[in-house]
Design a binder for this molecule. Structure first.
Ligand code: ADE
Length: 224
């Protein structure tokens, strides 16, 4: 699966993709992540990518031309399943969306900045608008990294234990059960006996009950 991310701050996206699971997935050839510097697509001699808003008001608006040049170049090289714009007014990202997008081949992700992007980019090029939550960040780069992470860990072969993505919170509508590791007792606080029992059927049952209880307490909306 291939991602092409378009941003004015490519440096912001270096670290998230250079470690751990995302790095390994790229090394194994399971995903390719390309970060494109929007400024390189500015025809302007100052490499500007934004301009004053028509109608006045504060803040700058990202211009249509650099985005159009970059998107059209990419689309001339291959077909894309979606052109996604990261924006707080998009649909809220959830596991269902991540699962769905993990079945795609090529995605373009646009990162906005300043006051927003010219509406015509959204109207003409964008096929999907995604928010990572009801709060406003300084730009779309961190949201893009969140989206890519949520998708890539679902690709076959990315996680070493193939079943572990399936038991994640949200994957089966329940939150995860609590987990413990050694020592079995720390400052007088013990790991639940059942986890030391060796009885896998009982452990599975306990985990299910814990997951259900945690979901009931924290996210009753998921049980509806
Ligand atoms: N850009 C700024 N805030 C955002 C958010 N919450 N989700 C997606 N993109 C954003």
């Amino acid at each position: 699966m291939r991602f092409d991310i378009i941003t004015v701050l490519p440096g912001l996206l270096e670290s998230p993709f250079a470690h751990s699971i995302l790095q390994r997935a790229q090394k194994k050839g399971l995903t390719e992540i390309y970060v494109h510097n929007l400024r390189e697509y500015s025809a302007n001699k100052h490499k500007n990518v934004d301009d004053y808003p028509y109608g006045g008001g504060s803040g700058m608006v990202m211009s249509i031309d650099p985005f159009a040049a970059c998107i059209e170049k990419l689309k001339g090289e291959r077909d894309y399943d979606e052109v996604i714009f990261m924006t707080p007014d998009g649909e809220t990202l959830n596991q269902t969306t991540a699962n769905h997008l993990s079945g795609k081949k090529n995605l373009i992700i646009l990162c906005g900045h300043y006051k927003g992007i010219d509406q015509r980019i959204r109207d003409i090029f964008v096929t999907r608008e995604i928010s990572i939550g009801d709060y406003v960040l300084s730009g779309g780069e961190l949201p893009a990294a969140v989206l890519v992470d949520a998708i890539v860990r679902l690709l076959p072969g990315v996680l070493s234990d193939e079943t572990s993505a399936l038991s994640d919170s949200f994957q089966g509508e329940l939150l995860d059960a609590p987990v413990y590791t050694r020592p079995a007792e720390w400052r007088g606080i013990k790991v639940p006996d059942i986890l030391l029992s060796g009885n896998q059927a009982k452990i599975d049952e306990w985990r299910y009950d814990q997951a259900l209880e945690r979901t009931r307490q924290r996210r009753p909306d998921l049980l509806k």
